[in-house]
Ligand binder design. Structure first.
Ligand SMILES: [Fe+2]
Length: 430
C-alpha cells in the first residue's frame, strides 16, 4: 500500500492510501482509457498482439466484446481520509481510478519515432563532419535524452529497433544503435540518468571520425590493404580532433571516440594503451560497437548471428573486453533477442517479440510460418505459458535466425504494421 498526503481546494488535508489491484468487468462495462490486463480466454487465442493493453477507442472495445465476456482491468483504489492536525477526522471515502498504461505496440511506435529522429540528427552531424563544417550538437542532446527515456520506458522495443538495419546507411544507423545499446547496458550497470545521457552521447559520436576517412576506403566492398587499414584506423584520431575542445559535448566523448578500438591486452589501436587507461564508458561502447558491427550486414559480407557475436565477445573477455561489462551485455541480449526469427522444434517460424527478465528463455513470439514454412494465421505464442502445437507437443525453440532467413524480412514486416488477424498496429508513423 502506498500512502500520500493531499490538500484539497478548500484547504482540507487528506491522507490517501492507494492500493493497486485488478477488477473483473463484464465487457459491456469497458470504457476507453481502461487497461486490460487479463482476458477470459488464453491470450494466444485472442487477436491481441501484446498481453496487457490500453483500450484506446470504441473499436478496441468492440474487438474485446467479440472475443470475451469478461476481462480484468487494472485499478488503483484510493481511500481518502480527511485529517485535522494528525488525526483522521472523518470515515474514509473510497475512489477507484482505472490505470492507464502504454502497451508495447505504442512504445514501439514512439521508440521508432525517436530512432528516426536520432538517425536524422546523426546524418546531419556526419555530413557536417564530412564537409568540414561546425558540428551543431544542440539537437543531438535532445535526441540522446529521448533515447534514454525510451530505453527506460521499454528496453524490448529499443532492442527490436536496433535490429532493423539498412545497409546503405550503415554509419548513421550504427551510431544510433551503439547509442541505444550503450544506454540499455548502462542502465543494467546502474548508471544514473545523467550518466546514461553522457554515455549515449559517447555512443552517438564514437565513429564521427569515419567521415574524414576517404569514401573509397570507408565503403570498400572487400578486405582492406594494410595501408587502407591504417587510414581506416585513423578514424579514432579524426574523431578526437573533431570533438576535442568543444564545450557543448560531454568531454568523455572525446576519449571514447579516440579509444574505442583499444583492447585490454594493449594490442588495440591507435595507441595500444594499457587497460588501466581505458575508461568505463569506453569499455561499454567497445562491447556494443563490436556486437552491432559483427551482426550487421555489409555490402561485402553478411552479418553473423547474435549468438555467434556473443560467443566471440565471451571468448575475448579480459583480452579485448571488460569481463563484468561483457557478461552483463550477454545477459541483456540473451539467447532470444527481440527482432530475431525463431524456429520451433515442429518447424514453425516466428519473430521474437520480447523477452522479459525472469522469462529470458521463454520469450513471446509472433508466429508467421507453419511447419511446412507456409504462411499461417499470425498469432502470439507466449512460451512462458508452455503452449502446445497441433500434435499436443509443447513448443520448443529449435534455432534463432537473422532477418532475411525463411524469406522473412523483419524490417518489412514491422513497417507494414504489426498485424494479428484483424488487429493492427503500425510502426510507420514517422
Ligand atoms: Fe570505430
Amino acid at each position: 500500500m502506498n500512502r500520500s498526503r493531499h490538500r484539497g481546494r478548500s484547504g482540507q488535508q487528506y491522507v490517501i492510501n492507494k492500493r493497486h489491484s485488478r477488477r473483473r468487468l463484464a465487457v459491456h462495462e469497458l470504457c476507453v482509457g481502461m487497461y486490460v490486463s487479463e482476458l477470459d480466454i488464453p491470450w494466444e487465442e485472442s487477436p491481441f498482439l501484446f498481453q496487457g493493453f490500453l483500450i484506446e477507442s470504441e473499436q478496441d472495445i468492440q474487438v474485446v466484446q467479440e472475443y470475451c465476456r469478461e476481462v480484468y482491468v487494472d485499478v488503483v483504489e484510493e481511500d481518502w481520509q480527511a485529517v485535522s492536525g494528525h488525526a483522521p477526522s472523518t470515515p474514509s471515502n473510497t475512489r477507484t481510478r482505472y490505470v492507464e498504461k502504454q502497451n508495447l505496440a505504442q512504445q514501439l511506435t514512439q521508440a521508432n519515432r525517436t530512432y528516426q529522429a536520432a538517425k536524422q540528427q546523426v546524418r546531419q552531424l556526419l555530413l557536417s563532419a564530412q564537409m568540414g563544417q561546425a558540428l551543431d550538437t544542440r539537437q543531438a542532446h535532445t535526441v540522446v535524452k529521448d533515447c534514454v527515456d525510451r530505453v527506460v520506458g521499454n528496453p524490448n522495443a529499443v532492442l527490436w529497433l536496433t535490429r532493423l538495419k539498412n545497409q546503405d546507411e550503415y554509419t548513421a544507423e550504427h551510431s544510433v544503435n551503439v547509442c541505444l545499446l550503450a544506454i540499455s547496458l548502462g542502465r543494467l550497470l546502474d548508471l544514473a540518468p545523467y550518466e546514461l545521457e553522457n554515455l549515449g552521447m559517447c555512443g552517438l559520436m564514437h565513429d564521427i571520425g569515419k567521415m574524414k576517412v576517404p569514401p573509397e576506403i570507408l565503403n570498400k566492398p572487400g578486405p582492406l590493404s594494410p595501408q587502407e587499414f591504417e587510414e581506416m584506423a585513423r578514424h579514432t584520431v579524426y574523431g578526437r580532433q573533431l570533438l576535442m575542445g568543444r564545450s557543448d559535448i560531454y568531454p568523455g566523448a572525446v576519449d571514447v571516440a579516440f579509444s574505442h578500438h583499444e583492447r585490454l591486452d594493449g594490442k588495440g589501436y591507435p595507441r595500444g594503451i594499457d587497460s588501466h587507461k581505458i575508461s568505463r564508458f569506453t569499455r561499454i561502447v567497445t562491447i556494443v560497437d563490436a556486437y552491432d558491427a559483427m551482426t550487421s550486414d555489409r555490402c561485402y559480407k553478411a552479418g553473423m548471428s547474435s549468438i555467434d557475436a556473443l560467443r566471440i565477445i565471451n571468448r575475448n573477455v579480459d583480452v579485448q573486453f571488460d569481463a563484468d561489462i561483457a557478461r552483463t551485455f550477454i545477459q541483456m541480449i540473451g539467447l532470444y533477442p527481440p527482432g530475431y526469427l525463431m524456429q520451433m522444434s515442429n518447424g514453425e517460424v516466428g519473430i521474437i517479440l520480447s523477452s522479459d527478465p525472469g522469462y529470458r528463455l521463454k520469450p513471446k513470439v509472433i508466429m508467421i510460418l507453419d511447419a511446412q514454412q507456409q504462411p499461417q494465421p499470425e498469432r502470439i505464442l507466449n512460451l512462458a505459458y508452455r503452449p502446445l502445437d497441433d500434435f499436443g507437443q509443447p513448443y520448443e525453440p529449435a534455432g534463432v535466425f537473422r532477418s532475411g532467413c525463411f524469406g522473412i524480412n523483419v524490417a518489412d514486416y514491422v513497417h507494414r504494421g504489426l498485424r494479428i488477424q484483424n488487429f493492427a498496429y503500425s510502426l510507420d508513423e514517422s
